[in-house]
Design a protein around this ligand. Structure first.
Ligand code: BYC
Length: 497
């Protein structure tokens, strides 16, 4: 099920207030009647200049005065919520947008299953809720920081525009979490909102909370893989939080999912267009062997084995974001009714309490990989990770279709779940992409074939030359099939100032 489907399903359950318009008269666009909550309004208007300072200091480098063809949300109805137009990024209308309330909604899982969803923070779960909102909020500015240098090497104006669209929407997702913190968590919430602007991706003393958000996104292949894999973790986590018994969190996440779908589109099609350029160049040059790397690279395109290594890296780093496969934190937040499973409310076949259920978890025991039944409540991270891996496969299958269509004998595959992991069951274990348990020296001898190596990175850097002429694309990436909002091929998506 796609993010659009989830949002669509939720929208289907709504009726009278399905078409909720956003007030753009306020300094902060919103559909939460901000004007009638003076305390909240003051707190958010106080945070706003600090956010703008952060955006200027830590957001995209350059292009801040350029006119960018961006979409802005004008409603929260999934059928027509966006308008497109030229905007200078610092003037983007970041706002507070919640999916409409579903009347009579009940908590779909955990100890409180069937009780009315909470409109206020339940005191007993305050600390847990705040922690999850902070972790979610922390990832949003982190990704903008990670991507801040990419504008200068954009392979086209179309791609540059997509990058900036993703960036401004991640900025809005930060606003979404800050709204929850400031409205529902008093002084603590305001302090956390401030700290979200202070931690910095990759900084030694005050890094972002989760590992993958301290990695670099130094080139466009990393950006596309990141938006394919890591934004999809965003989708899975947001979908799990959209099931929350805390209704404001659920509604916030439901609307965020609409935006997240576009980010994954950018990632999937970005990799797909890279593959298409490679395959077309190979066919033109009469190269049949995808492993003839030297010949392929001479054509100014990315060889498919390198793309597989990038895939292996981003898939494994992103899998760490699901936390330990066996987690008492995960059991606690589920039991408390705060974070559900993917698509929880529509899952059939169990009681949504999971007290006596089990779930198979992969682990290494005595040097062998086994699947062991674990209490389902403690295995919820493992289950979400499995759902994520299934969700990734659709896009990878589409990549493989492009390769197949070109008549090239190569297939992209997801590495084994235990490959290159730093968190959870496989931490400290050496597992090959095909799932063999290895000794350290075996791993060291082969890891350069499985993960991007120095040659790969130098080659990628050599390709990262800007192509900023309307309608033109760098050699290594094919043009998109359709323009943004059906614009023509030579449309000037960014008017560079
Ligand atoms: N790195 O029981 P454990 C997105 C910590 S992406 C560092 O194993 P738990 C986006 C963990 O915090 C989605 N630390 O796992 C994408 C805990 O520390 P505390 C982001 C880690 O707690 C692209 C300790 O280890 N949203 O939106 O069940 C662009 C033991 O934890 C890591 C969320 O993640 C790690 N990888 O689950 C922009 C949803 N993993 O609390 C945006 C909210 C674990 O004991 N977060 N730790 O100090 C959660 O649901 C949970 O915090 C996690 C971890 C799933 C992340």
């Amino acid at each position: 099920m796609s993010a659009e489907d989830i949002v669509g399903d939720a929208a289907g359950a709504m009726s009278a207030d399905r078409f909720v318009e956003i007030s753009y008269d306020d300094v902060i666009p919103n559909n939460v009647a901000l004007g009638s909550d003076k305390q909240l309004q003051r707190a958010l208007e106080g945070w706003r200049p600090k956010y703008l300072d952060w955006w200027t200091g830590m957001g995209p480098v350059g292009y801040q005065q350029s006119e960018v063809y961006l979409r802005t949300a004008v409603g929260v109805d999934p059928a027509g919520w966006a308008k497109f137009g030229y905007v200078k990024m610092p003037t983007y209308r970041w706002g507070i947008l919640l999916a409409p309330k579903v009347e009579g909604r009940t908590i779909p899982f955990g100890r409180h299953k069937g009780e009315p969803a909470w409109q206020e923070v339940p005191g007993e779960h305050r600390a847990l809720l705040r922690r999850l909102i902070v972790v979610q909020g922390d990832t949003e500015p982190a990704s903008v920081e990670q991507q801040r240098f990419l504008g200068a090497t954009a392979p086209s104006l179309y791609d540059m525009r997509n990058l900036f669209q993703v960036n401004v929407e991640e900025g809005r997702h930060l606003w979404a979490m800050v709204y929850l913190l400031v409205k529902y968590f008093g002084k603590d919430g305001r302090e956390e909102a401030q700290a979200l602007l202070e931690r910095q991706s990759g900084q030694i003393n005050n890094p972002r909370i989760l590992g993958a958000f301290n990695e670099q996104t130094p080139d466009w292949l990393s950006f596309f893989m990141f938006t394919f894999f890591t934004d999809r973790d965003g989708k899975m986590q947001l979908a799990a939080l959209a099931e929350s018994g805390f209704d404001p969190l659920s509604r916030t996440c439901r609307f965020m999912l609409t935006e997240e779908a576009h980010h994954m589109f950018v990632g999937e099609t970005g990799v797909q267009r890279t593959i298409e350029a490679t395959c077309a160049a190979m066919v033109n040059a009469g190269i049949k062997d995808p492993n003839d790397v030297e010949a392929v690279r001479k054509l100014g395109v990315v060889d498919l084995p390198l793309l597989q290594r990038k895939l292996n890296f981003h898939a494994s780093v992103t899998r760490d974001l699901f936390g330990s496969e066996i987690s008492s934190n995960a059991a606690e937040v589920f039991g408390a009714g705060i974070k559900g499973r993917f698509n929880e409310a529509n899952l059939k076949g169990d009681d949504h309490v999971l007290q006596d259920a089990t779930y198979p978890v992969s682990r290494v025991v005595d040097g062998k990989l086994i699947a062991e039944e674990a209490p389902a409540l403690r295995a919820l991270n493992s289950r979400l990770l499995d759902d994520f891996i299934v969700d990734c496969q659709g896009g990878i299958d589409r990549w493989n279709k492009s390769v197949e269509k070109a008549g090239i004998d190569f297939k992209f595959v997801q590495p084994h779940k235990g490959f290159n992991r730093r968190i959870g069951e496989f931490e400290g274990k050496r597992i090959s992409p095909t799932g063999e348990v290895l000794a350290e020296d075996q791993w060291n001898a082969k890891s350069g074939d499985w993960l991007p190596n120095e040659d790969d990175m130098a080659f990628i850097v050599s390709l990262m030359k800007p192509c900023h002429e309307p309608g033109k694309y760098a050699s290594w990436i094919a043009p998109p099939r359709v323009g943004v909002n059906s614009q023509p091929g030579d449309f000037e998506y960014v008017k560079i100032a």
